[in-house]
Design a protein. Structure first.
Length: 517
């Protein structure tokens, strides 16, 4: 057998490349190529997202001076920490995982300096005058109070100014102490009434002789937050809101089953009297009251002693006797011996007094005003009698008192049809606007991978082409060549054998035809 027409293929590639080509040409790998390309596209998209996404920045400290920020940025750069200045808040930020390590590094270098606690006693040299010492102590108290106020949620920075007058020996020259607090709030945060009241009491109780009404709190927009924050005013406002809310809730429970939700509106205004009345009266009894009485009586029964001038009657001649026809009268009965009586009475009188104390501290409802507007379409079939009955029901619900001067007004009006708010297009939403480039890139990669897989599969499924023999034309083979297998070398060898020994090849073909039939 001659070697003419044989295609000799020289192995010029390494062995591992041949193995890789054989593995890639295997039928299992060929069938799994679309899935492999899709998985590779997902991995590439995930890697791009991880590389392009913004890191999770966390602030190191709440507030620092510009000098401290410069020193902190220099120290972090020397320590190979990624740091930045937040363009919105101006704070120094590092990655979420480097916060603790960065703070330890800065603490070792004594940074930031503005965060160090003030020790006014240790910093004071000997020989300071009383004025300088008082100013230093006042400044220290202001710094400590500001640090305490900054610990409140929502306060970014606080400054406390304390004004204490000079002591004077004259009472008329004494002036009360005062203080002002300037707070910088975080974006979108608002201090509540209780928080402002807590700041006022914190400052007033920390400074000797400072009253709570002499402390003012101002925010960065210039609004006076401490106006009207007394406990009494807050309690009065809370009571009024509670009364109005209770009446409004009663109306809602009454009218919702009758008319329907959203078919009426009600407003309540309560006029509450918060005045405190204290009265005391004393009344005295006009005749007086007998308090005590003591009486004593003494009786003497001994005869009285003789009286007159002794011997005056014995020396007088008796009178002449007179004869009468009538017998003389009986001598008079001698009178009883006289008795001596002594009586004494002591009475103590006291003026009667009636004391009455009246206190009226509870708030009283002075007048109640209620306005109810009902949609005319909800009561289109109602008669005037039905509307009058509804008005009476509303008055009974709110506790209408004509003697008190209450006002209850019920009217029918046509409600305006609410216009729907324009919807934001889907392509203008923040989520779509932020992730649209990443989604487009992922779509392009996925589509490109699928198109490449389809093209490769189509090229592998195309009919095989016979190898040229001695520079002849390409002759197509009738049967398609399986994808991934190269039969050009075997076809060339077969053609060479047939050309060299045509008779033997013809005999072999006859045997094959006979076996097939």
């Amino acid at each position: 057998m001659t070697e003419t027409g044989l295609a000799v293929i020289e192995a010029s590639s390494p062995a591992w490349q041949d193995r890789a080509r054989a593995l890639a040409a295997s039928p299992a790998v060929v069938r799994a190529r679309p899935a492999i390309f899709a998985a590779l596209a997902v991995v590439v998209i995930l890697l791009l997202w991880l590389a392009l996404r913004a890191p999770d920045w966390r602030p190191l400290y709440g507030e620092m001076s510009d000098g401290d920020k410069s020193a902190v940025m220099t120290a972090l750069a020397a320590g190979n920490y990624g740091a930045r200045i937040n363009p919105d808040s101006g704070s120094v930020e590092v990655g979420a995982g480097d916060v603790a390590a960065a703070r330890i590094l800065l603490a070792g270098q004594g940074l930031p300096k503005s965060a160090k606690a003030l020790d006014p006693v240790g910093d004071m040299p000997l020989g300071l005058s009383r004025a300088v010492e008082a100013a230093r102590l006042k400044n220290a108290a202001s710094v400590e109070l500001a640090a305490s106020i900054e610990a409140i949620d929502g306060v970014r920075h606080a400054t406390v100014h304390i004004a204490t007058p000079e002591p004077s020996v004259f009472v008329r020259d004494k002036a009360p102490a005062s203080a002002s607090v300037f707070v910088t709030l975080a974006p979108g945060r608002v201090l509540g009434e209780a928080q402002v009241r807590a700041i006022v009491w914190l400052v007033s109780s920390s400074v000797s002789g400072l009253a709570a009404d002499k402390v003012s709190v101002v925010d960065q927009s210039g609004a006076l937050l401490s106006a009207g924050t007394s406990v009494g005013e807050a309690a009065q406002l809370g009571y009024q809101v509670k009364v109005e809310g209770m009446v409004r809730e009663r109306l809602w429970k009454l009218l919702t089953p009758l008319i329907g939700a959203g078919r009426f509106t009600a407003e309540v205004a309560a006029d509450v009297d918060y005045s405190e009345n204290q009265a005391s009266s004393e009344r005295y009894a006009p005749g007086g009251v007998l308090r005590s009485e003591a009486a004593s009586r003494a009786i003497d029964t001994s005869p009285l002693p003789a009286r007159g001038i002794p011997g005056a009657l014995s020396n007088t001649a008796p009178a002449a006797a007179q004869l009468t026809a009538t017998p003389p009268a009986a001598p008079p009965v001698p009178a009883p011996a006289p008795q001596v009586t002594n009586e004494s009475t002591n009475r103590a009188w006291e003026i009667g007094r009636d004391v009455t104390v009246t206190r009226g501290l509870a708030p009283r409802l002075r007048r109640l005003s209620v306005a109810v507007v009902i949609d005319k379409a909800a009561l289109a079939k109602a008669t005037p009698a039905d509307i009058a009955g509804l008005v009476r029901i509303v008055r009974g619900t709110v506790g209408y008192d004509q003697a008190r001067g209450d006002i209850v007004e019920v009217q029918l009006r046509s409600f305006a049809v609410p216009t729907p708010e324009p919807r934001q297009p889907w392509y203008e939403k923040p989520v779509v606007r932020d992730y649209a480039p990443l989604a487009g890139l992922a779509t392009l990669l996925l589509v490109g991978g699928v198109v490449a897989a389809l093209r490769f599969r189509k090229r592998e499924a195309a009919p095989a082409i016979a190898a040229p023999i001695d520079g002849g034309d390409l002759t197509p083979v009738g049967e398609p060549v399986p994808a991934g297998i190269d039969y050009s070398e075997k076809l060339g060898t077969t053609r060479g054998l047939v050309t060299a020994d045509a008779d033997r090849a013809t005999a072999v073909a006859r045997q094959m035809l006979a076996a097939a039939s």
